[in-house]
Design a protein around this ligand. Sequence first.
Ligand code: FES
Length: 136
Amino acid sequence: MGAAGSRPCTLVVCRGCCCGDGRKHPGFDHDWQLARLRAAADASGGAFAVRTTDCLGPCDQANVIVVQPSAAGRRAGGRAAWVGFAMDDDCTEEILAWAAAGGPGLADPPTTLELQFIDPPRGARTRGRRQGAVRK
Ligand code: FES
């Protein structure tokens, strides 16, 4: 199976003009959030991955994190879930729990996380998009 066939669930963390900006969204530790997500991905043994991206569009719903299905999750019918207002510790931990359980297509999202799902902007694609703008 090729790399695309084994692609893990991926958390695409927006870090554009608004998401992660402490001046626009004070009271949240955005650096902690990204470090927490990355540390959990590192500890997951490849079960899920984290990458950052420039602005995904819905800045008024920042922070935005997109939970992309793994290859297996996509084959099982899973689709990318856009999470808005993803700033507090509980939300961060719920995203991690869902990704660790398999993510879209393989596990149901936590109910409270589902309440934060937002519609992607028209024509939005996170897979294979903005590769040149991805920041590590
Ligand atoms: S900066 Fe994240 S949606 Fe615009």
